[in-house]
Design a protein around this ligand. Structure first.
Ligand SMILES: [Zn+2]
Length: 464
């Protein structure tokens, strides 16, 4: 997701208390992920969209594979070929979401258990955000095939269209349509930020990715959704953990404040006679930081605007700034907002002759809690593979497609560390030796098929 503060918060995991009834799962011993193959495949496919070289090695580049540009179309065609070679059925919906499905031995009509993420990137993105989740899922299918291993129920991979929202400005766009949170017409009408003649729909048509299948949780239901993703934050390395068990995503509210003052000469107007909106805005931003700190929340200003004709020796007339408040608990988000408004009220009267202000709420995104059964299954698998000390319960600071899938099917995410905890950056490199471990974790979920989730997936379709 673009333009969002990337923070992740964590709780030290208490296994006995939280997961005393967790199912015991073990990956079949014979199944072994081919880490070299995964690494090679990931980097080969990153030739489509490689950009911004920073070093000597062939893989020392970032990515600029924006949604439905020619490189994204190339990697999509490659993905379609690969999954079909693996015996999957590929379905493409009206938003170009790609669902690859591998039948299980029961030949059940229950919705598949999906491993999903995205192949699009930011204009100055890295090689792992989203891409790793799709490539990892593909490696799971390859491992299953070469071992002649069949799951009981259907499993598969999803490539969600326009997760980043960098070219067509709506992040988690097509999982949002699938979940019924974004009207399809609005998504289709999104314009290329550099070329208003090009819409998301016209690009879907140009590349042959405007599928017939209805984009909704009824058009292509999922039994569960797991997403492997780089952490994009510093918590895992700081806690010496290899796996983050993501229990949800924090709530956030975005507000815009407009502060009105009065222009005046800086040399002739005494401080006591001023209406200075920039001074008030500065104090408000500083106050929001203090309030957030008090509640262990986050408050950030990403945009501060003064009029373009401002000058050094004139008090500004009007200033606007944004405020992004976040916390895993919605009630804390509201408390921080209330306290900020109260503090801003006082600040508006504080200096000179005061200022007036108004504000708007631009976005209200409540906290999301992932599915307990999915969380338990990841925890049980993580315990088995890396030991209980090496995983940690986390809340995602950023948005992901899983936030939307969680509205319609049991969902959870697996985080792995990335270099220096950075993302949306050319060098966000995850330590690859962890990836095979995490994939084994994927396998152990999918092969044993997490009893409670599986049962619910079957029940979803009227089976028992
Ligand atoms: Zn991502």
């Amino acid at each position: 997701m673009y333009g969002v503060t990337r923070t992740t918060r964590a709780l030290r995991f208490n296994a006995t208390r939280a997961f005393s009834s967790a199912p015991r799962v073990h990956a079949p011993a014979a199944l072994k992920i081919n880490a070299d193959r995964l690494w090679e495949t990931l980097h080969q496919t990153c030739e489509w969209g490689a950009a911004h070289r920073y070093g000597e090695n062939p893989t020392d580049t970032g990515m600029a594979r924006l949604t439905l540009n020619d490189d994204d179309a190339r990697v999509r065609r490659w993905f379609a070929d690969e999954v079909q070679k693996l015996g999957c059925t590929l379905s493409v919906d009206q938003m170009g979401n790609m669902f690859a499905r591998k039948s299980g031995s029961l030949k059940s009509s229950a919705p598949m258990i999906a491993m999903g993420s995205h192949l699009d990137t930011q204009p100055r993105g890295g090689r792992y955000d989203g891409i790793l989740g799709v490539m990892a899922a593909l490696e799971v299918l390859r491992t299953m095939k070469e071992n002649n291993f069949e799951t009981n129920y259907d499993v598969g991979v999803v490539n969600w269209t326009n997760e980043e929202g960098a070219r067509f400005p709506k992040s988690m766009c097509s999982s949002g349509v699938w979940a019924g949170a974004i009207p399809i017409q609005k998504a289709w009408d999104l314009r290329d930020i550099h070329n208003p003649d090009v819409s998301l729909k016209s690009e879907l048509e140009r590349h042959g990715y405007l599928g017939d299948l209805e984009c909704s949780s009824k058009g292509y239901p999922l039994g569960a959704h797991f997403e492997l993703h780089i952490e994009q934050g510093p918590i895992l390395p700081a806690n010496d953990c290899k796996i983050g068990i993501v229990q949800g995503a924090q709530g956030y509210r975005w507000l815009t404040f407009t502060i009105q003052g009065k222009d005046a000469h800086t040399g002739t107007t005494p401080l006591a006679n001023r209406h200075d909106p920039l001074l008030a805005a500065s104090r408000m931003i500083a106050a929001s930081n203090d309030i957030a700190m008090k509640h262990d929340a986050l408050a950030s200003t990403g945009i501060l605007r003064v009029p373009s004709n401002a000058s050094t020796n004139t008090i500004a007339t009007e200033v606007t700034f944004t405020l992004d408040i976040r916390h895993p608990d919605d009630s804390v988000v509201h408390i921080v907002q209330d306290e900020c408004l109260k503090a801003f009220e006082a600040i508006a009267l504080q200096d000179g002759k005061g200022v007036t202000y108004n504000w708007t709420l631009d976005t209200d995104s409540p906290a999301v809690k992932f599915d307990n059964d999915c969380i338990s299954s990841i925890k049980a698998a993580a315990d088995h593979i890396v030991g209980p000390q090496k995983s940690i319960l986390m809340t995602s600071g950023a948005g992901h497609d899983s936030v939307y899938t969680s509205k319609h099917c049991p969902t959870a995410m697996i985080f792995i560390p990335c270099k220096d905890g950075v993302s949306h950056h050319l060098r966000s490199i995850p330590p690859m030796k962890i990836v095979p471990l995490v994939l084994k974790l994927y396998l152990s979920q999918l092969c044993i098929l997490i009893n409670p989730v599986q049962t619910r997936a079957a029940g979803f379709n009227g089976e028992t």
